[in-house]
Write a protein that binds this ligand. Structure first.
Ligand code: COA
Length: 264
């Protein structure tokens, strides 16, 4: 199914939805309309029965996304800025993080500032070898505000996160991979086919197990209470043991055939 947006391309096949940030002349900078469309598309896929996995990428060869459209900040007040960071900014990133479906960022070029924050809110980041990542907000006198400081610190540790945020430097994708920030790099010409392959692999898993895995792993980073996190993990596996998908997975293994998970 196809949906129409001004600043996004949207396509869905085989239970995989691809959302493409689409303003390549501006390196897919997130203007306010694009942000609102992205939030609306994410809300749609969250509830869409034909979407099991989401891929987010950028149009054109040069950029995934270079962050917020900087012109939005011209003459802005603190109160307006705060509202803007929360809605749609916080809403977009938090929805991606808590959505019970895997999201893959396919990073095809510059992935800067809010663009990197979008990628950081995804469950997987794969990138072309030529991609460049960073959070240059410091160079215009601000800091990342859509979770970049927090998620980078969790992903890289405080020392590296401070280096990224406080220097505003750009880092090659290969270095980001070595730091564990992204899953894999590959030649740009196979990026989308690899993203799709990964997405299709995930569509073959039990959606119940995927949503529990995402929830428990995210929660483990957010909770400082180890016993509570471990109890939630045990609760999650117990619930999964009672699902038809688990019965199907076990039966398929014993019968030496591939499982057919229906999300039930
Ligand atoms: N917001 C608005 N417009 C942006 C933008 C942004 N974040 N980033 C790039 N653009 C626009 C440029 O103004 C330019 O528009 P124009 O052709 O109408 O002049 C177009 O996108 C192409 O960018 P350009 O700077 O000419 O490309 P480049 O190859 O020389 O440099 C970057 C690429 C990514 C290094 C550079 O565009 C850049 O530093 N962008 C800002 C990233 C940033 O600081 N984001 C923080 C947001 S808070």
């Amino acid at each position: 199914m196809k949906k129409k947006y001004q600043y996004l391309l949207y396509s869905n096949t085989d239970n995989v939805t691809t959302i493409t940030l689409n303003d390549p002349d501006k390196l897919n900078a997130l203007n306010l309309d694009m942000q609102r469309e992205l939030l609306s598309a994410l809300r749609y896929v969250r509830d869409d029965e034909n979407t099991r996995v989401i891929i987010i990428t950028g149009a054109g060869k040069k950029a995934f996304c270079v962050g917020a459209d900087i012109s939005v900040f011209e003459g802005i007040s603190a109160i307006k800025g705060y509202q803007l960071m929360r809605d749609p900014g916080y809403e977009i990133h938090r929805l991606m993080e808590i959505m019970e479906k895997p999201i893959i960022a396919a990073v095809n070029g510059y992935c800067l500032a809010g663009g990197l924050e979008v990628a950081l809110a995804c469950d997987f980041i794969i990138a072309s070898e030529e991609a460049v990542l960073g959070v240059p907000e410091i160079n215009i006198g601000i800091i990342p505000g859509w979770g970049g400081c927090v998620r980078l610190a969790r992903a890289l540790g405080a020392r590296r996160a401070k280096e990224w945020v406080m220097t505003g430097k750009r880092f090659p994708a290969t270095e980001a991979k070595d730091l564990g920030l992204i899953n894999r790099t590959m030649p740009g010409n196979v990026l989308m086919s690899e993203a799709r392959k990964l997405a299709l692999d995930l569509t073959a898993k039990s959606p119940n197990a995927l949503k529990m895995a995402k929830m428990v792993i995210n929660l483990s980073l957010e909770s400082s209470d180890t016993d509570a996190a471990l109890a939630i993990e045990r609760g999650a596996i117990s619930i999964l043991m009672g699902t038809e998908d688990c019965a199907e997975g076990v039966a398929a293994f014993l019968e030496k055939r591939p499982p057919n998970f229906k999300g039930s």
